[in-house]
Every structure is written in structure tokens, then in C-alpha cells.
Ligand binder design. Sequence first.
Ligand SMILES: [Zn+2]
Length: 245
Amino acid sequence: MKLTIAGCWGAYPPANEATSAYLLEKDGFRLLIDCGSGAISQIQNFVDLSELDALIVSHYHHDHKADIGCLQYNMFLQRIGGLRSSAFPIYGHCKEPEQFSALNYMNYTEGREITAHTSVVIGPWTVTFCETNHPAYCLAMRFDDGERTFVYTADTHWTDDMVRFCSDCDLLLSECSVYDHDVSVSSGHLTPELAGKLAQQSRARQLIITHLPHYGAHEEILERVTAIYSGPAQLAAKGSVIYFA
Ligand SMILES: [Zn+2]
């Protein structure tokens, strides 16, 4: 498996960056995970949009789905340009029916339901889900290719279920949106202490911290995380590529 970080910011993108956008690849299958603000621009540094096979969206906050509309326009242009012959699949949950319905764009994109209780096969992966602790209904994702596992927490505050969901994964992409001292604004998100605890208690073999805040020193986040988590850890950055096979 190969993971490329195309966008790693919470809330909004700084200049020339993107919010949540990750490219997961295996055996030529290219899956975009979340499609936040700036994602469509940034992802083209790593893949041609005509080569994308599917999109999966964790939840419908803007920093995870803002660019879906522009991706749909691209899919329309791909179709009339002869680059694509069938509807592009966009996986998302149905807890907000209007948002799910908007994943369909004429016959150019097609919404496909994901739920916390069922698995789905997307390309080479069996994907399972876990409801997170977040103001909007949100699903964490676990990708299993039969050899390795990758878990993306999406947006969440601490839950014991998440520890079980992440157990023994080869790579954990965990959000960390606030600092440990920001208790007042931490609702729905992990602090460095909690992200480190999640990785340590779940025995994740490798950790990447993402959904980064727009203030403070990010090095502090990594220092705090690695004081708790004993495995290899790094901060997400645009263009980072992680191979795990
Ligand atoms: Zn969110």
C-alpha cells in the first residue's frame, strides 16, 4: 500500500495547501480519502484526476468534502472528453440524506452508502467502519488488503471503540486538531496526549498525525505524542509518501 498526503489541515487550507485529502494506492487502484478544500488542486501533484478510481468521504464537514462539487464538474468534463465511461463512485454515509444525495451528480458521479456495521470492498481493500465521537456523524475507516491494514480516524474525540477499531494496524493516520491545554475547544477532536494514547493502546505499528491546527508549534504535538507512543511517528505534510507492504 502507498499513502500520499495531499492535504493535512483542519478547518481551512493555508496558501497552496489543502484540508483533508489522502491518496491510497495499491495494485494500480487509486482511492481518494476525503476531499476537503483545496483537495482537487493538490491531488493533481500526485495523480491525474482521470486516474482516480473512487472517493470515500468520512463525514460532511467542509474541511472533508468542500471540493466534491468541483470533482463532479471534472467528472462531467472527463465524460464529454471521452476519458471516462461510467459514473465515478463516491462512498459516504446516509445519516444526512441531503448530503448523501448530493454525492450523485446526474450520471457522472454515484453515491454509494457506507455504514458503521457493514464492510464494503473497494478495489483491493475490504473496508470496515467505526462511528467516531464528533459533532457531525463521522466514520473512521479501516482498510485491509489481506496483508496489511491502514486505519484513518477521520475526526474524533476519544472513544474506547476506536482503540479496538485501530488494534494492531500497520499504519494509523490519526487526527490531532488541538493542543493538550485547549480543553475548551477540544470537543470532537483529539489532543496530542489522546492521539498518542490511541496509537499506544491499539498497538499501531506506525503513526501519522494529521488534521493539524493553524496555531502553535506543531513540533510540540509530535513531542507530546512520542512521549506516550513508543512506535515511529511523524506529522503529516503535503507530499509525504508512506509505503507499507
Ligand atoms: Zn469534522
